[in-house]
Design a protein around this ligand. Structure first.
Ligand SMILES: Cc1cc2nc3c(=O)[nH]c(=O)nc-3n(C[C@H](O)[C@H](O)[C@H](O)COP(=O)(O)O)c2cc1C
Length: 240
């Protein structure tokens, strides 16, 4: 059964007319992923799946040594139970696993720190490939602040933190370019009062989160537009 829709605004038809002009061309890339080097596929993916939020993940090893690194293969999954994921890839330099993944496997805990623009350079410093015993908090002059429910400290300078316990790790291979999906359950949330509007709305103009694009490029969240969602046609259900 076709769903009943409200009349569409003229802007919709203008946009669709523009979209219709884009026809498939013979010069378009049509290729099975396995026919490309994984590095090329990686470039196509990170250039088009954008902008990616950044989970700045703090963790500790079984001796309590601090680790901090950014991951832009990162997102929220659902809110009940509150869950997030991030994806450490196997290192292309030596085929080893990232310290963050090893730590989370060992301890079952991590913290997601949100990266505001004023923290971009510090975040970038923590992305360097350092031996496992290097404390990226100290290296980037960041303040480790004790978490409430987990052992890894939070980045004191970050405005929002999600303390997480490990739900599951899904490994998708062991070769360079492969990766793992780390799923965590949020067990405690910190939100700086200056970015909070009312009880539960985040002020993006104050949070100034950054997103990752390809290569060395990043995006700000400054050009925002709104679209009303079609109303739910399922009785007593709210859109999510
Ligand atoms: C903005 C940004 C996003 C990144 N996202 C990822 C990612 O999603 N997956 C990944 O494996 N590495 C990613 N990296 C690279 C890691 O941060 C880097 O390999 C780091 O050394 C890992 O640290 P660790 O060994 O302490 O875990 C990213 C780097 C930057 C700067």
């Amino acid at each position: 059964m076709a769903a009943a829709t409200a009349p569409l605004p003229a802007t919709f038809y203008f946009a669709m007319a523009a979209a219709a002009k884009r026809r498939q061309k013979e010069t378009d890339l049509e290729i099975a992923p396995e026919a490309l080097p994984w590095q090329s596929l990686y470039k196509i993916m990170i250039g088009s799946i954008v902008p990616r939020p950044i989970g700045w993940i703090s963790s500790v090893d079984s001796n309590g040594r601090h680790n901090l690194a950014p991951f832009s293969f990162f997102n929220a999954i659902c809110a009940n139970p509150p869950s997030v994921l991030f994806c450490p890839m196997v290192r292309s330099t030596d085929g080893s696993h990232k310290d963050t993944l090893n730590n989370v496997r060992e301890t079952g805990e991590f913290v997601v720190n949100i990266v505001s623009e004023f923290l971009a350079e510090a975040m970038n410093l923590t992305a360097g490939e350092y031996p496992a015993d290097v404390d990226e908090f100290a290296l980037a002059h960041l303040t480790p602040v004790p978490s409430v429910k987990v052992r890894p400290p939070r980045v004191g300078e970050s405005l929002i933190h999600y303390e997480c316990t490990l739900t599951q790790i899904v490994d998708l291979g062991d070769q360079p370019g492969a990766g793992s999906v780390v799923i965590g359950r949020v067990v405690h949330v910190h939100v700086a009062d200056e970015v909070l509007i009312g009880a539960d709305k985040i002020d993006l103009a104050k949070l100034q989160p950054i997103g990752r694009l390809a290569g060395t490029s990043y995006a700000r969240v400054t050009d925002i537009f709104d679209l009303m969602r079609p109303p739910s046609q399922i009785a007593n259900k709210q859109n999510s």
